[in-house]
Design a binder for this molecule. Structure first.
Ligand code: ARG
Length: 466
């Protein structure tokens, strides 16, 4: 039976003019996105208001119609915020839920809002508006974490710990210097988010379904109302591009990789074997069976959550790789990975920023660990070079001294002058200054080096840059 001969098919759909049969109930649920894209409501309303104002400016809507639409949209925003809005799966997504409610509220004028646009450019605009705010929040939280790290670095400019390569004791470093390395990672993360923002903040609205619209729209005006830095150049690209989502999740994956590396170190350092730091009780949990346990669950979970963010990056790349231009429904799958990435990195940044000031540092254990493992061996080699020996020969002399120390179960600084002189007659009693941990770190006194003086100056520079 054709639709002309029957009553409406009882659907709430905004697009069912050409349909004779109702949507299969399961398909309705399967294709709907409102359960997750409703979080875009504020930005959807913001975009719709600007679109209506633009339509009024170019004479497609009357001023009165535009005002009615804006009042209706504001009332819907209030309803949603007050929890009075009933979201309907039948209406598929956030866009059609709001549009349908607008017409319920204000009558036929509501039906004019969608003039000259499509959900394809609408959703691309909404995600960009939403992500723009979230990037700003992520950057602010990253900076809060940087402050925590830098404060601890300042307090530990002189604290000596072993520096590692291959997780073997390499050379002594200051703990402040180690924390400054953490900060550098975040400096790059912030720069990546800022760079990403410059491409997020471009307006696709006006691309309509894919080809643009025949109405005399003023895209620059809408963009100005919405605070966009520019407008997209090509309508096909505008509705299909999700590079900006991939870029964001990629920057987020790198951030998580950094937090995961911090976590790995905190977990090692808070073990009884290292005993370098103690996380505050309020950031740890216990074991239900082993009463002595205090587990570093927070860093462990952050390390674990890194996997899901990196997984989202792969999901998004895979989502896009097979799509012909322009919009395809596949794109609806961009939201859950994006939203989960945002939630995950915000919570990980928050817990880290809160935890940093509550880390207590065990200076004695750090120092004792640095004193083991012949960490000043390179300083002895450098000393010999200053006495006129070629570095490669000095390396060999020190290697033999270390082998002797291992045999005698003594650190280099514990060997006597006579013992050391068996390996080179260039060694005299000024050697003991360079064999101390303090002498070793103080000697690395250049920009980027571990000397306490440099750490203090680097913290100051870093704070200024935030
Ligand atoms: N919910 C859709 C999405 O997230 C909105 C755009 C739908 N467009 C369409 N032509 N079906 O991508």
């Amino acid at each position: 039976m054709s639709k002309n001969n029957q009553q409406q098919n009882n659907s709430d759909k905004l697009w069912d003019g050409r349909f004779n049969q109702p949507t299969d109930a399961f398909v309705e649920a399967f294709t709907a996105s409102v359960s997750f894209d409703r979080r875009l409501y504020r930005h959807d309303i913001m975009g719709s208001k600007a679109h209506a104002e633009m339509l009024a400016k170019v004479g497609v809507l009357t001023t009165q119609e535009c005002q009615t639409i804006i009042q209706g949209l504001d009332a819907i925003a209030d309803d949603i915020e007050a929890g009075h809005f009933e979201w309907s799966t039948k209406l598929e997504d956030v866009h059609m839920n709001i549009e349908a409610r607008l017409t319920d509220k204000i009558g036929d004028t509501g039906k004019k809002l969608h003039t000259g646009r499509s959900r394809n450019d609408q959703v691309a605009t909404d995600i960009r508006l939403y992500l723009r705010d979230e990037i700003k929040a992520v950057i602010a939280e990253t900076k809060r974490l940087q402050h925590g790290i830098l404060q601890l670095a300042q307090a530990h400019a002189k604290t000596i710990m072993p520096g590692f390569t291959h997780l073997q004791t390499a050379q002594p470093v200051t703990f402040g210097h180690h924390l400054l390395a953490w900060n550098e990672m975040l400096v790059r993360d912030v720069a990546r988010f800022q760079d990403c923002l410059s491409r997020v903040n471009i307006m696709p609205l006006g691309a309509a379904a894919l080809a643009g619209t025949s109405y005399p729209i003023d895209r620059a005006y809408t963009a100005e109302l919405l605070g966009f830095d520019g407008i997209t150049e090509n309508s096909l690209d505008a509705v299909s591009d999700r590079d900006f989502v991939i870029e964001f999740v990629s920057a987020a994956s790198i951030l998580m990789m950094h937090l995961s590396r911090y976590s790995e170190e905190l977990i090692l350092w808070s073990s009884a074997q290292f005993n370098f730091v103690e996380l505050s009780d309020s950031f740890c949990t216990g074991s239900s069976i082993m009463p002595q346990k205090k587990n570093p669950d927070v860093p462990e979970l952050v390390r674990g959550k890194t996997g899901r963010v990196q997984g989202h990056l792969v999901s998004l790349l895979t989502l896009m790789k097979g799509q012909p231009l322009a919009y395809n429904k596949d794109n609806q799958e961009d939201k859950e990975p994006l939203f989960d990435t945002i939630d995950t990195i915000k919570s990980c940044l928050k817990v880290y920023a809160d935890m940093m000031p509550n880390i207590s540092v065990n200076r004695d254990s750090m120092r004792a660990a640095a004193a083991q493992g012949y960490s000043t061996a390179t300083d002895l080699a450098d000393y010999l070079v200053r006495k006129g020996i070629a570095f490669r020969d000095a390396h060999s002399v020190v290697g033999k001294s270390v082998a002797f120390g291992i045999e005698q179960q003594k650190d280099l600084s514990e060997l006597t002058l006579t013992e050391l002189q068996q390996f080179s007659d260039k060694i005299s009693d000024d050697v003991f200054e360079v064999l101390t941990l303090e002498g070793s770190v103080a000697a690395r006194n250049h920009i980027g080096g571990t000397a306490p003086e440099q750490v203090t100056a680097a913290v100051k520079r870093a704070l200024k840059k935030i």
